[in-house]
Write a protein that binds this ligand. Structure first.
Ligand SMILES: [Mn+2]
Length: 373
C-alpha cells in the first residue's frame, strides 16, 4: 500500500523542539565549537556566469563550482545536462549497497549534514564553511534535500553532481522526502514541473529510489535520516538486505529508517507523523549493544541549535536548514566525525545565508501553505 494513500494526507510538520536538559548535555559535550557569524557576500549581479558544461559528458570540480555560482544567480540548468546527471547518478547508486560502509583514515573527517529542504543558499554556505569535498574532507548528506524550500532542484543537482565526482568521499542518504507521494504534497513536484518538463520529475524519482538508506562510519556510528525500528532484533545485515529502487512501504525497515523519531520515555509509541514509531532510550541501548555500535546520527527534526543529543548521548540529531522555512529562527549545524576517534563528534553551528526574496513555501500545495498539513 502506498504510504500517503494509506494515511490519507501527508505527515505533519516536524515541531521545533523546545530544548531542555538534553541540550545542556549537548552544549557541554567535548569538542564543541561554534562558528562566528559570516559576513554577507557582496552581490555580483553584473557578472553573469556562463552555463556550466560537463566535460566529455562528465562532472568535474569546475562544473560543480560553476553550477553553484550559476544557481546563486537563479539560472536554470539546461534539461539535457540535468537528465545526464540524474541518469548517471542513478546508475552509480544502483551499484551501492543499502548500507554503505565508510572507513575514515586517521587524518580524514566526515561532515554529516541534516535536512536541507530546498534551502540552496544555505547549502552553498555549508560548502563555503567546510570546503571542497575530498578524501580528507568527506561529506554525508542525510536526506530531505527537497520539499518546503523553493530550490530543491538546485540542491539535488549539486549534491548528486558531487556524488558523481567523488563517489568515495561524498555520500547521500535517502530521507522521507525523497519519496514520490511526499513530493506531491510538499512542493517538490510543483517545483520540478515549474522548472522542467514532466519527465524530469520521473528522473528525480528514479534517482531518489536508489539512494542508500544508511551509512556506517568506521564500524561504530550508524547514520540514517529518521531513526530506529518498530521491532527489536534488527541487525546491520537486515539493513543490508533492504531492497531499493522502490517507494518505502508502510511497516517496513526502510519506512522506520526514514520516518522514526526518538522519545524521552522508554519503549515505543506510534509516531504522530502517521508512520513508523517513536523509540525510547532502552530501545536505542539494545540496538547499539546488539550491533556493537557507539551511537547513531539522524536528522528529520528541526532543533533550535541545529543539533541535539539524547538517550545518554547515543542519539545525535543534526539539522542543516537554518531559519527553517524562513520562520523558525533555528540554527543549522554540521556534525563532524574525525577518523582518529569517531567517538567524539564535533558540532559546527551556522546561521541562514541571505537569499533572493521568494516565499519559501511557494511550491507547497494550498493546505501546506495554510499550515493545515
Ligand atoms: Mn525528514
Amino acid at each position: 500500500m502506498c504510504l500517503l494513500q494509506s494515511l490519507g494526507i501527508g505527515g505533519k510538520m516536524p515541531p521545533v523542539l523546545i530544548v531542555g536538559n538534553e541540550i545542556h548535555r549537548g552544549l557541554s559535550h567535548p569538542g564543541l565549537t561554534t562558528l562566528p557569524m559570516i559576513p554577507q557576500e557582496s552581490p555580483k549581479e553584473n557578472l553573469r556566469i556562463p552555463t556550466p558544461r560537463l566535460e566529455n559528458g562528465r562532472v568535474t570540480q569546475r562544473f560543480v563550482d560553476d553550477l553553484i555560482d550559476f544557481f546563486k544567480q537563479e539560472q536554470r540548468l539546461p534539461s539535457p545536462t540535468a537528465f545526464k546527471i540524474l541518469s548517471d547518478v542513478t546508475s552509480l547508486l544502483r551499484e551501492e549497497p543499502s548500507l554503505v560502509e565508510v572507513q575514515l583514515g586517521r587524518d580524514d573527517l566526515i561532515n554529516i549534514c541534516g535536512d536541507i529542504h530546498g534551502q540552496f543558499f544555505d547549502l552553498a554556505r555549508i560548502f563555503d564553511l567546510r570546503g571542497t569535498p575530498s578524501v580528507q574532507n568527506q561529506y554525508l548528506f542525510n536526506g530531505d534535500f527537497v520539499d518546503r524550500g523553493p530550490w530543491g532542484v538546485e540542491v539535488t543537482l549539486v549534491l548528486l553532481s558531487y556524488k558523481l565526482l567523488y563517489p568515495n568521499a561524498f555520500y547521500v542518504n535517502r530521507g522521507n522526502h525523497e519519496c514520490e507521494e511526499v513530493n506531491r504534497a510538499y512542493g517538490f513536484q510543483n517545483e520540478v514541473l515549474d522548472k522542467y518538463e514532466p519527465k524530469m520529475f520521473r528522473a528525480f524519482q528514479d534517482a531518489f529510489s536508489w539512494l542508500p538508506v544508511a551509512h556506517c562510519i568506521n564500524t561504530a556510528v550508524l547514520v540514517m535520516h529518521g531513526g530506529l525500528f518498530s521491532n527489536d532484533d534488527v541487525t546491520l545485515d537486515d539493513i543490508r538486505a533492504i531492497e531499493r529502487g522502490c517507494q518505502p512501504e508502510r511497516d517496513s525497515l526502510m519506512c522506520d529508517l526514514l520516518w522514526s523519531d526518538p522519545q524521552r520515555e522508554n519503549g515505543r509509541e506510534p509516531n504522530s507523523r502517521g508512520f513508523s514509531c517513536v523509540f525510547g532510550p532502552d530501545i536505542t541501548q539494545r540496538f547499539l549493544t546488539k550491533n556493537n555500535l557507539l551511537y547513531i546520527v539522524r536528522s528529520h527534526e528541526c532543533v533550535q541549535y541545529g543539533y541535539d543529543l539524547c538517550h545518554d548521548d547515543t542519539v545525535v540529531t543534526v539539522f542543516s536548514a537554518p531559519n527553517y522555512c524562513d520562520r523558525h529562527g533555528n540554527k543549522g549545524a554540521i556534525c563532524i566525525l574525525h577518523g582518529d576517534d569517531v567517538s567524539m563528534p564535533e558540532f559546527k553551528k551556522f546561521t541562514a545565508a541571505p537569499h533572493p526574496k521568494i516565499t519559501n513555501l511557494y511550491y507547497s500545495n494550498f493546505l501546506v501553505r495554510m499550515g493545515l498539513l
